[in-house]
Design a protein around this ligand. Structure first.
Ligand code: PSU
Ligand code: MN
Length: 309
């Protein structure tokens, strides 16, 4: 028996049918659409991610708030409106209630999306990169981390951007007991770059092995699982090429006193400008790839759960 779904969640019919028919579902976030990518590439990307999931035989559930209502799965029309509307706000977990109260429309962060996916009974989620611990003395730590620590959803991503303090981010995940798994990699992927000097201690090479490991982890603990997938080789950027651009955008953010929820979107858009689109190209490639792998994992997980019954 699946747990009941709160009445304030609106499931798109494709998603509720998938639930009823026992089909694999992959949750997708929407802050990457509203604040992470430039228009109109963001809308195209959102559709491509959904397509990747469908090609594997799973059902995509892009999660967002529309006029204060929480939607699990969006129609193409709603997706387009959300992507192209300049008034869409950025909604993390603490903003969900506020956005519902003020009837706002917006994109949900990794944190808010896994929180809502869990309420809708969806255990697998895909994105590009998670938020984490920022460099410097600001004390800015993304709620993506705190939500990962308490919500049993697998987050398929390419690590986090080096605009974040990656060693501290990994330390945080260790302290708060979030398993970090490398997908065909032994190091933490640094988003645009396939490898870093940060080791991951658990490596998995097949979806079957991944599903079995997820099931076993969730038998003993209620937390998220971070699954780290390197950017496809053809689109990845060598670390050495990225470093100077990174230093420049961080300095600009400091000079312009940009902080809080505006920091990540600012850093991302300036980085794409400075690298003449190379970071954007890598970003799109890894997002699609992660959606694809998440769909395969979701199917394998469902299979293993069906065998258990
Ligand atoms: N990292 C990216 N692209 C993004 C984000 C992070 O490379 O679009 C978005 C995600 O939605 C993530 C959010 O959950 O930013 C984190 O924001 P904050 O650091 O304010 O928690
Ligand atoms: Mn933050």
């Amino acid at each position: 028996m699946m747990p009941p779904i709160p009445e304030w969640l609106i499931l798109q019919s494709e998603v509720s049918d998938a639930r009823a028919e026992g089909k694999a579902i992959v949750a997708l976030e929407s802050t990457v659409i509203t604040h992470g990518l430039p228009r109109p590439v963001n809308f195209e990307l959102a559709r491509q991610m959904e397509k990747e999931v469908r090609q594997v035989g799973a059902v995509p559930a892009t999660i967002a708030l529309l006029k204060g209502e929480v939607h699990i799965g969006l129609s193409e029309k709603d997706l387009e409106r959300l992507a192209l509307d300049t008034d869409s706000v950025k909604i993390s977990v603490r903003d969900i209630g506020l956005a519902r109260a003020s009837l706002n429309s917006g994109g949900t962060t990794v944190a808010a999306t896994i929180f809502l996916a869990n309420k809708a009974g969806i255990p697998v989620f895909a994105t590009g990169g998670i938020g984490g611990v920022h460099h410097g003395p600001s004390g800015d730590i993304s709620a993506d981390l705190t939500e990962l620590a308490r919500t049993p959803v697998a987050v398929v991503c390419s690590g986090a951007k080096s605009i974040l303090d990656l060693p501290r981010t990994l330390e945080w995940l260790e302290t708060f007991s979030v398993p970090v798994i490398g997908w065909q990699t032994d190091t933490f992927p640094a988003f645009f770059t396939r490898e870093s000097d940060l080791p991951i201690h658990v490596r998995v090479d097949t979806v079957g092995e991944m599903a079995a490991l997820m099931r076993t982890i969730w038998e003993t603990q209620i937390s998220g699982i971070l699954i780290c997938v390197p950017c496809p080789e053809s689109a990845a950027i060598p670390a050495i090429r990225l470093n100077s651009a990174l230093q420049q955008v961080e300095q600009e953010a400091q000079e312009q006193a940009i902080h809080g929820k505006n920091l990540t979107p600012f850093l991302l858009s300036r980085l794409a400008e400075i690298t003449e689109g190379a970071t954007l190209h890598a970003n799109l490639a890894l997002l699609r790839n992660n959606a694809h792998i998440a769909a395969e994992i979701a199917k394998a997980l469902l299979l293993i759960q069906q065998e258990d019954r």
